[in-house]
Each structure stands twice: as C-alpha cells, then as structure tokens.
Design a protein around this ligand. Structure first.
Ligand code: ZN
Length: 160
C-alpha cells in the first residue's frame, strides 16, 4: 500500500466510489449462507467469531450478501435506488461489507428488534459496525455491517 496515496486520500477526502475495473482480493465464506458468497480474506475470521458468538447467544445468523461486482450493484441500484448505492459506491464492492440475516427470515424482516440490537452490540468487537443507522440519506439497515481493521481508519483505504 502506497502511503502517499493513503495520505492524499485522507487529505483530499476523495470520492468514496470505485470504477468498474476495481476487484478486491476475495475468499469464499464457509459459514451459514444460502449461496456462494465472497468477502475480503481478512473478514473471514472476524465473521466466524461474530457468528459463533451470535449462535452462543441463541441467534441463528446467516450471511446474506458480501462482495458485489460493479455490474451486480448497477442492477440492484436500478431496481431499488432508495435502498442501494449507485454502482461503484457501495461498500459491498470493496468486499468489506456484509449483510447478515437470520435463518428462515429475509434481511428486511426486522421481526425481532432484539436480534438487530444484538448484532449492533457484538459486531464492533470483531471490527464490524452497522453503517446505516437511519440518520443519513440511506434508510436504516440493521443487517449491513462494514469491516474496519482499525476502527479509526476510513474504509476508503480499502480501495487501494
Ligand atoms: Zn448491505
């Protein structure tokens, strides 16, 4: 990682969006999910830890989404602009974001506020924090967590 580029990004507060050619390193998630999902390799261990703890607390988490390609994000945004970022601008394209749901329920089924509260409570212990709490332009998404190796480092670093 080029520290000058990092510094430049931090100083300029440059755009948080990536181009269509951006491809992060990826690894397949081997925990609970309904389909093949890839995330950045450094998320695997924290996710395992979080899932283990959620299960220990009686929840049945399932990974709903991880890395998304530019094309996939474009399709999702076209279909649902209110709930999804434009292509290039989603944390999912960096491979650092995950959507977690509960076995047997969809991600948009906040049937049990206790489960979402548990996710928000335990996530930060593993570097995974809820991105959208409903105070910005994007509606609250209690299932969407983004990984930051060091909490204070902005996620724009993952674009490098
Ligand atoms: Zn998400």
């Amino acid at each position: 990682m080029n520290l000058f580029i990092v510094a430049a990004l931090l100083v300029s507060g440059s755009s948080k969006c990536v181009g269509p050619d951006y491809e992060p390193p990826l690894q397949e998630w081997d925990g609970p999910s309904y389909r093949i999902i890839e995330v950045r390799p450094e998320l695997i261990e924290p996710l395992r830890g979080l899932f283990n703890e959620l299960e220990y607390r009686g929840a049945r988490p399932v990974l709903q989404s991880g890395y998304r390609s530019y094309e996939r994000q474009a399709i999702l945004h076209l279909a649902d602009p209110k709930w999804t970022e434009p292509p290039g601008c989603s944390q999912h394209q960096l491979g650092t974001a995950v959507d977690i749901g509960w076995m047997g329920y969809g991600i948009r089924s906040p049937y049990d506020a206790t489960l979402w509260a548990l996710l928000a409570e335990l996530g930060p212990k593993y570097g995974l924090t809820v991105t959208y709490d409903g105070t910005g332009d994007i509606p609250a998404e209690p299932w969407h967590l983004n990984y930051q190796l060091v909490r204070q480092i902005p996620w724009t670093l993952y674009m490098l």
